[in-house]
Each structure stands twice: as C-alpha cells, then as structure tokens.
Design a protein around this ligand. Structure first.
Ligand code: CMX
Length: 441
C-alpha cells in the first residue's frame, strides 16, 4: 500500500504529463483580456493562477475538489461520536484529489502527531516579544523561528535536484501543519491564561488536540474546531493569503518563509483580521446602545453611522462571491443546533437581516452578503474564547492546510517563479495616445 506521499507523487506525475500535453496543444489559446481598469483595481476578474485544491464560484461559493461544504460534511470521515468533518480528511482531499477513507485520515492524524514536536527556541522567540504583541505577530514570529527546521533548506544547500523539490516541500509542509496548533495554543495561553500551558494529548485528532491545548474540553467546542478548521482551509488561489504563500514559494523560499508571508497577509483587516473586527464592532455597538441584543432598527442606525464614518461593515462583502458565503451558512447551522438562544449569535443573525439591504442601497458594493468572518467570532465567544484578537490565528492554523497543500502541488508541477509585468501611468498615457505599445513581456 503506497504512503500518502507516494500517492501524491503518483497524482502529481499524472497531472504534470497532462498539463504538458494541454499546453502543447492549447497553450496559445486566450483565456480572457485584461482591461486597463483591472490593472488599477486589484486585478479583479483576471485569471492568472492555477490552484488545484479548490474553486470559487461567485454564486455557489467554494468547492473543494468539486465538493461543496454540505457535501464535505456528509462525505468526510468524522471523529468518534462526532458529526463534523475532520480537517485531516479535507487535507487529504486537497492533496490527493480523492475522498479519503477512515484509514487515510487516521494516517494523517498519526503523522501530524508524530511530527508535532516544537523546538524550545521557538517558544523562546515568542517569549522575546512583549505579551501585548498582537497574537498574529507572535504567530508569524513563531513560524519564522520554526524555519530552522526546514528540510527543504538543508537539502537545497546540500544540492537538491529540481525534480526532488516537492519531496522536501511535502515534509516541511506536513511538519509545519503538525506544529502550528501547539504554537498557536502556546501564544493563547501565554497572552490570556497566565502562561498556564497545556501539554498535547497524543490520542486526539488534530483539531481536538488543538482545542485541548487551548484549554477547551467541551465536546461541542471540539466539533466547532473541526468545522472551523475545515471551512477556513482554502478559498482558491487568488485571495491574499493563498496568493502570497504561492508567490513567495515561487522564489523557492521554503514553506516556513512562504507561510509566514501568507500569514502576514491574512493579518490585514480586509482579509482574515475581519473576524476580530466583526466582534469588536458588535461589542462597540452593544456598548453604545447599552443592550445585549439590539433591535433591527438600532442595528440599522449603527450600520449607517459606521458607513458615515468612512468605515467598512466588517464581515460583509467579497471580491469574488456574490451571495451569502456558504461558510457563513455552515456556521449559522452550527449555531442553530448548538446555541440557538445565545444573544451574541442572535445579534449576528439580526445583523444579517439588516446589513445586505443597506449595502445594496449604496449602489457601489458588489456583494452585500456576509462572508466567513461575519459569524465565526460569535460561536467562539459562546464557548468562552472571548479574546477576539486571537481569532485570526485560528483562521491561520486552518489556512495552512490549503496553502501548504498548494505549495506541494506548485513544486510537484514545477511551476516557475511568478513575475507578472507592471507598467507606469506615464506609459499608460503614452499607450492611450498611441505613442507606445504595452507588450506582455
Ligand atoms: N462595508 C462598506 N463598504 C464596502 C463593503 C463593506 N462591507 N464592502 C465593499 N465596500 C465598498 C468598498 O470599500 C468600495 O468602496 P470605494 O469604491 O468607496 O472604495 C466599494 O464598496 C466597492 O467594493 P467591492 O468591489 O464591492 O469590494 P472589493 O472587492 O474591493 O473588496 C472586501 C472586498 C472583502 C475587501 C470588501 O467587501 C470589504 O472591505 N469588506 C469588509 C471587510 C471584510 O469583511 N473582509 C473579509 C473578507 C473575507 C476574508 O478574506 O476573510
């Protein structure tokens, strides 16, 4: 029976050969044209990347290797007595392209347990930062400190053949994913729980053990972590964290350097940090109004005030999606099942009834619907994980699954260094006047 690594290599060889044939026959076909406005507006709608692990449809939302979130909830293996998918299974699906068996998932759980040792100097690096540092700063510093362990760097320095890059990147990726929950839990307990750290439990799955190290033993919190780690893992290739990890990796920077770069992007308020901003925004609204569960009229007034102050409504809008994010809906379902009367969760649902109408009325917001970040914080608060500055770290631990599966594919397919062409506005003006051409290379 082939190992997961061997199975991955087999799949990668197959796809490499296919891509070679596709490019030979169709390489000159045009996928689309780029408008001048697009190069000034974040390349929205420009197809310029390949990512095998998931595909985002503007109306349907994300599909991982063709499977929607509700399908994954049915088809991926679960923990004993659990109902939510194990993210180990999603990682297998993203990496291999096929649904895993229970055994495949157990193999990954065991591999991540085996690979999870974090060297002491990583904790020392975290300790060197003031406790007041944002958890994402501590997280990125820890990932950088872990880079001493990179197998890719060691082998590349010794002289690694191009055809073997994927092998070292695979091992680095597996080690990194295995170690992140320990690092993240250490940051949480250091900053918020008087440095009372909790040792890992070698018998638990990746998310269950993460919940345990954070200090949450409730079975339904462990279920939430499994769902959370699954739905935040990947959102095709163009989002900031995925694209950055891929871009930095394309310079043959190792997976530690690449993931740290991606995590710096995730820490921006328009991307992953929006999950903390949502809860902060709701808390500020509740404080100003002096009520636990504001009425729709009160929410409407507060949303309008937010907009008038020139701020965005956090958790709403998306660069690609044009409907309610299925990741929002999956969390809403979890809330209805586990905490239907929670006032904060009910506030999120009431905000959902109010905000889309207001954003639509502005006429400029392309997607007035909630994204993944609109819901996640309220579920965490319900279980007592109230320290909202930590939320983006949870997102980051999950996102590592998608971006690192992608990095393995990047190296296995031999994708080159990324280097799009840029222009100056002076050149654009000359081009408009017909004095210059804008060439593709
Ligand atoms: N509140 C208020 N205004 C919004 C808005 C929101 N939630 N979403 C978009 N707009 C505004 C934009 O700021 C822009 O205004 P200007 O033209 O004045 O600059 C206009 O509507 C058009 O923007 P868009 O094309 O609809 O959206 P973009 O693709 O440029 O940006 C996103 C997408 C997510 C950055 C934006 O919707 C936003 O800022 N949302 C709030 C932050 C957020 O929730 N981010 C998390 C996204 C999910 C994730 O990555 O984790």
């Amino acid at each position: 029976m082939a190992t997961i690594k061997e199975r991955f290599k087999g799949k990668a060889d197959e796809l490499s050969a296919e891509i070679k044939d596709i490019l030979k026959e169709h390489g000159n076909k045009k996928i689309g044209e780029v408008m001048l406005s697009q190069i000034y507006q974040g390349m929205r709608g420009v197809t310029g990347l390949v990512s095998e692990t998931s595909l985002l449809d503007a109306r349907e939302g994300i599909r991982f290797r063709g499977f929607s979130i509700p399908e994954l909830q049915k088809k991926l293996p679960k923990a004993t007595n659990g109902n939510e998918p194990l993210p180990e299974g999603l990682f297998y699906l993203m990496l291999i392209g096929e649904l895993p068996t229970e055994n495949d998932v157990n193999d990954i759980t065991n591999a991540w347990q085996r690979r999870s040792h974090v060297p002491n100097h990583v904790f020392d690096a975290i300790e060197a930062l003031p406790k007041s540092s944002h958890p994402m700063t501590q997280f990125v510093v820890a990932i950088m400190a872990l880079q001493t362990e990179s197998i890719f760097v060691r082998k590349y320095t010794e002289g690694l053949s191009k055809k073997d890059y994927w092998d070292a990147v695979y091992d680095d990726s597996m080690n990194l994913i295995a170690r992140l929950p320990r690092v993240a839990a250490y940051i949480y307990r250091r900053k918020y729980k008087d440095e009372k750290h909790i040792q890992p439990d070698g018998l638990l799955d990746w998310s269950g053990n993460f919940a345990h190290m954070l200090g949450f033993e409730d079975d339904s919190f462990k279920e939430l972590m499994r769902l959370y780690m699954t739905i935040h893992a990947d959102h095709e290739g163009g989002n900031v964290s995925a694209h950055t990890t891929h871009l930095v990796g394309s310079a043959l920077s190792d997976p530690y350097l690449s993931l740290a770069a991606g995590m710096n992007g995730l820490a921006g308020p328009l991307h992953g940090l929006a999950n903390q901003e949502v809860i902060k925004w709701i808390y500020e609204m509740r404080e100003e109004l002096g009520v636990e569960l504001p009425t729709k009229a009160q929410i409407e007034k507060y949303v309008k005030k937010t907009l008038k102050e020139g701020k965005v409504v956090p958790g709403y809008g998306h660069a690609v999606l044009r409907k309610t994010d299925p990741r929002f809906s999956a969390q809403m379902e979890f809330g209805k099942k586990h905490m239907p009367n929670d006032p904060l969760v009910n506030t999120v649902w009431r905000v959902y009834e109010v905000v889309p109408g207001i954003l639509k009325s502005l006429g400029k917001v392309k997607n007035p619907w909630p994204n993944v970040d609109a819901h996640s914080g309220a579920l965490l608060v319900h279980y007592g994980l109230v320290e909202y500055e930590f939320y983006t770290v949870l997102f980051g631990v999950s996102r590592s699954l998608g971006v690192l599966a992608n990095l393995c594919w990047d190296r296995a397919l031999g994708l080159p260094i990324e280097r799009p062409k840029s222009v100056t506005t002076a050149l654009v003006k000359d081009w408009i006047e017909g004095k210059e051409e804008i060439l593709g290379d």
